[in-house]
Design a protein around this ligand. Structure first.
Ligand SMILES: Cc1ncc(COP(=O)(O)O)c(C=O)c1O
Length: 361
């Protein structure tokens, strides 16, 4: 069996260091907002050459707090890609803002910059872009739109740790970059975890307050806040893995290159462009008979996942919000996409087996 992902295998090389990190946290006896969170924040900010990182409980909360830190008027419109994972849209709603969906570019699966301006109204205050599957959005086109319309830019980097566009890292283009460290992510903790990077002290302070009951000083609460803290144990594990993030991304790139080189042209593959360093959080292919293909691979004992079977506008929870709106490109992607194994846990031999199975289909 070649699993789609195997977190046990993926984390095995880190076991000794995790154990040492666990012991250290236990010895220190600090479990919430202590030295490990501070250290990881410093390291993750440093990785991005950003001034600040604020550790947050998970990726969804990271986006919610980033939006809240912008202090936008209630009901302001926020532009989001129509094919994103539901969390991006849930974050906008949780921040009392209005999500406005813009269709992706069918080649890159990222928000289509040429469609953004048509969605901008006087109520639009922010762009919440998503570097989906591990590819940075087309920033040369998006930044001028941000500037022209005076919009805030928040980047959902949950799938793009270490990805770059023209050598600039995901998360460093806008006011804030929000990350998830969910266990399957390119930088994954051993539980829920997230973080936001930024360069502006005002946002850093707002994020620190919001994640900790609205408090700067214990028992003094200046704003309405939440409990959205990253915990010490997860921060310690993340510091261990951050040291090898580049190596893990390079491994995924090596596997992706095998697919690109060897897969039959009956499949639509992710686009390759030398301006981008993609980190292949997801390596997806597209095929008109996707469901049959998935069953065929299942019979060959190859695990696959559909990211995602139901687009956000067709989710029951969103029925009222997007009623009467059509997003045919999101539909097309959701109907034809299939994610195939491409993780730090996979060997090149396994990927060659997947390729053989796909080419014989
Ligand atoms: C694009 C995107 N945004 C946000 C999230 C939310 O992250 P989390 O699961 O850590 O809340 C995820 C991952 O699940 C994601 O893939």
């Amino acid at each position: 069996m070649i699993p789609y992902e195997d977190l046990k295998r993926l984390n095995k090389p880190f076991k000794e260091e995790f154990t040492a990190a666990f012991d250290e946290v236990l010895e220190k006896g600090y479990f919430i907002l202590g030295p490990q969170v501070e250290l990881f924040e410093k390291e993750f900010a440093g990785f991005h050459s950003s001034k600040y990182c604020v550790g947050i409980s998970n990726g969804l909360d990271a986006i919610i707090l980033a939006l809240k830190a912008l202090n936008l008027p209630e009901g302001s419109e926020v532009i989001v890609p129509s094919n994103t994972y539901i969390a991006t849209i849930l974050a906008v709603i949780a921040a009392n803002l209005k999500p406005v969906l813009v269709e992706p570019d069918i080649r890159t699966y990222n928000i289509d910059p040429d469609k953004i301006e048509a969605a901008i109204t006087p109520k639009t205050k922010a762009l919440l872009i998503v570097h989906l599957y591990g590819k940075v959005c087309d920033m040369d086109k998006i930044m001028p739109i941000k500037q022209k319309h005076n919009l805030f830019l928040v980047e959902d980097c949950a799938q793009a740790h270490g990805a770059t566009y023209k050598n600039k890292l995901a998360g460093t283009f806008g006011e804030m970059g929000a990350f998830s460290f969910y266990p399957t992510k390119n930088l994954g903790a051993l539980g829920d975890a997230g973080g936001v990077i930024c360069n502006d002290e005002q946002y850093k302070n707002a994020l620190m307050r919001l994640r900790n009951y609205g408090s700067d000083r214990k028992y003094y609460n200046d704003v309405i806040g939440y409990n959205n803290r990253l915990d010490e144990m997860q921060a310690a594990f993340l510091s261990v893995k951050l040291k090898r993030l580049k190596e893990m991304n390079a491994h995924r790139n090596k596997l992706a290159a095998l697919y690109h080189k060897n897969l039959s042209d009956k499949y639509i593959l992710p686009v390759n462009d030398s301006n981008y360093y993609d980190v292949f959080h997801i390596f997806n292919i597209r095929h008109q008979k996707r469901d049959e293909l998935q069953q065929y691979l299942q019979k060959k004992e190859i695990g696959t996942v559909i990211h995602y079977p139901v687009p956000p506008h067709r989710q029951k929870a969103m029925a009222d919000i997007f009623k009467g709106k059509d997003y045919p490109i999101a539909d097309e992607i959701h109907n034809t996409t299939l994610s195939i194994p491409c993780s730090f846990c996979h060997t090149e031999n396994e990927i060659m087996e997947v390729i053989d199975a796909l080419n014989n289909y």
